[in-house]
Design a protein around this ligand. Sequence first.
Ligand SMILES: NC(=O)c1ccc[n+]([C@@H]2O[C@H](COP(=O)([O-])OP(=O)(O)OC[C@H]3O[C@@H](n4cnc5c(N)ncnc54)[C@H](OP(=O)(O)O)[C@@H]3O)[C@@H](O)[C@H]2O)c1
Length: 235
Amino acid sequence: MVCLITGSSRGLGSAIAVAFGKKGYRVVVHYKERKEEALQVASLIKESLLLGADVRNSGEVTALVNEVIKRWGRIDVLVNNAGMTKESLLLKTSEKDFDEMLEINVKGSFNFMRAASRYMTEQKNGHIINISSIAGLKGKAGLSAYAASKAGLLGLTFSAARELSEYNIMVNAVLPGYMLTDMGINSSDGAKEKALNESLLKKFASPDAVAEFICCLAETTGVTGQIFNLDSRVL
Ligand SMILES: NC(=O)c1ccc[n+]([C@@H]2O[C@H](COP(=O)([O-])OP(=O)(O)OC[C@H]3O[C@@H](n4cnc5c(N)ncnc54)[C@H](OP(=O)(O)O)[C@@H]3O)[C@@H](O)[C@H]2O)c1
């Protein structure tokens, strides 16, 4: 079984890649800037393939997916995990920042879904798991562009689930809780404090626990077009 985890050089993506590796999958470790970290992740996996691409660039994404097919002949699981965020009030958000957020978080996932589902439809099986956020469901002050991108990703998930079901391809979304990855750590102290206060369990989410859930979801059959909320903040 082959899985492709976007943004697996660090943070949640690296935890997902290692978790799939432990389950015996062949794992594509994808990075953009952090090749050294991605190499470290790949070294923890028995059969890995290290490939770089900017998710915004459809040519680079298609070339990456074609390379996976050339090497391993199939893609069973695609996890669209690569993402970015930037805190900024609506009135202060530049058009450039808004566009960048949408390009990475929505168009980047679209690029991978389109490229991989070409092969998944031929295989007549596959599972695409998109990493969204609770912000995409309920919005968050200071994160309107991020919330818009993560809500857009949910729309993409539902539509792709409807279109691809006839090919036995499942498409689901996961909302991890607030994790102290680079993304979580680099957010403002106020954002971290708020997330902790709103968490009923009064703790941050663990990337390893989220990764474990994603591995189980990938192997579940008969579930598509759903949102799995792993956050302990009530909607
Ligand atoms: N952290 C949280 O609390 C939290 C909560 C809810 C949802 N999420 C979502 O979970 C996912 C993972 O988040 P994280 O916290 O692990 O983030 P992170 O630590 O900041 O890691 C981001 C990853 O995305 C990759 N990436 C960023 N821009 C890219 C681009 N243009 N092209 C290709 N790859 C790109 C990075 O690659 P390089 O390092 O190689 O550049 C890196 O591997 C994201 O989708 C995020 O929105 C996170």
